[in-house]
Design a protein. Structure first.
Length: 82
């Protein structure tokens, strides 16, 4: 049976992995938007940094690939943050 310290270490590792995955997903969304629309405003990257959870980020990544404009993506992002 793991000790309390070992449990805390494991929880810390899991949190770190989740944060790393989220940062990677944030970056992937920004890169797709940059590729498709050019410079991505800081307001969009800052709003993306506020998006919690991998599921929402995954949905936003899919939208970034298919959305017709950066303004339409912004609207989707605002909905995701609401």
């Amino acid at each position: 049976m793991p000790t309390l310290a070992e449990k805390w270490i494991e929880e810390g590792i899991q949190q770190g992995l989740r944060r790393g995955l989220e940062r990677g997903a944030h970056r992937a969304v920004v890169e797709v938007l940059e590729t498709r629309f050019g410079v991505v405003p800081a307001s969009v990257t800052q709003a993306l940094a506020q998006v919690p959870g991998e599921d929402v980020l995954s949905m936003l990544l899919k939208r970034a690939v298919s959305v017709e404009s950066l303004e339409a993506f912004r609207a989707d992002l605002q909905k995701a943050l609401s």
